[in-house]
Design a protein. Structure first.
Ligand SMILES: C[S@@+](CC[C@H](N)C(=O)[O-])C[C@H]1O[C@@H](n2cnc3c(N)ncnc32)[C@H](O)[C@@H]1O
Length: 250
């Protein structure tokens, strides 16, 4: 079996050009997330892609290549690290890898300083897939989630990077608190890490959208499904991992 998103343009980028754009998301996670965007298109779920923490655009480009005509991709970043040339490198990669400049929006700002109205005005419609990968403090993650959920398509996905990461142990507690304050939302799937840099992602969606995605992820990536699942207390989320295995006990 080949490990693909199902969108040829995205799969070509991930196979051939992913490493030419500096970044931190794994190929494993990008492929699975692109599969989700492909599935949304097949289900008729229309909307934009938005990302907090775009850096040079490694993950952004994979998702943007999967969008349908008329949909746009918004990148929010302070674009000042490691230097002020970052935003030019980002736009350069997007152009080099075939993205239409008119479909790309970059906002140079700390996400916590933006309002929903600013995001809505830049896109003009709901976001079907948010990737949150900016400042990894509990306060910023809470602000980023509160911002993102306001523009989220009712059947859309919030995807959080660096979850369950040894360097950011407080973030999963932040997510738990946020889910408690947003009872319509629940954990959909954990996409496990490739390594300490290419770390795990958590996908969240409305409870009434889980059935659109959960079993499909298992069916699409059976050789990466960890069957014990992710225990969130009152329900289980899907776990996809590069090398699923269970402990040998005899
Ligand atoms: C780990 S990198 C993102 C990697 C990228 N998403 C990828 O997959 O390749 C984190 C980025 O978040 C940006 N960042 C940090 N704090 C931020 C904030 N408050 N708002 C927006 N972006 C922020 C940094 O400038 C940096 O480019």
């Amino acid at each position: 079996m080949t490990f693909r998103s199902g969108n040829p343009a995205v799969d070509r980028y991930i196979a051939e050009d992913y490493e030419s754009v500096r970044g931190m998301s794994s190929r494993f996670a990008a492929t699975i997330c692109a599969h989700v965007i492909h599935r949304q298109s097949k289900l008729g779920i229309q909307g934009h892609f938005a990302e907090i923490g775009t850096f040079e655009g490694r993950f952004f480009i994979a998702m943007a290549l999967g969008l349908s005509p008329g949909e746009r991709a918004l990148g929010i970043d302070t674009f000042d690290w490691p230097d002020e040339g970052l935003i030019d490198r980002f736009h350069g990669h997007c152009a080099r890898l075939g993205l239409d400049r008119r479909s790309i929006i970059a906002i140079k700002a700390a996400a916590r300083d933006l309002t929903h109205d600013q995001v809505a005005a830049s896109l003009g419609g709901p976001v079907r897939f948010w990737h949150i990968d900016g400042d990894h403090t509990p306060a910023s993650l809470t602000a980023d989630l509160d911002l993102a959920v306001q523009s989220l398509h009712p059947r859309g996905i919030l995807c959080l990077d660096d979850m369950l990461h040894p360097g950011y142990p407080l973030l999963i507690a932040t997510v738990r608190d946020w889910l408690a304050r947003n009872p319509a939302m629940r954990a959909l799937a954990v996409i496990d890490r490739e390594d300490i840099v290419a770390a795990a992602k958590l996908m969240i969606c409305r409870e009434d959208a889980v059935d659109l995605y959960g079993q499909d992820l298992v069916d699409a990536f059976p050789t990466h499904h960890w069957p014990l699942g992710s225990d969130w207390g009152s329900y289980y989320a899907v776990v996809l991992t590069p090398n699923p295995r269970l402990a040998v006990v005899e």
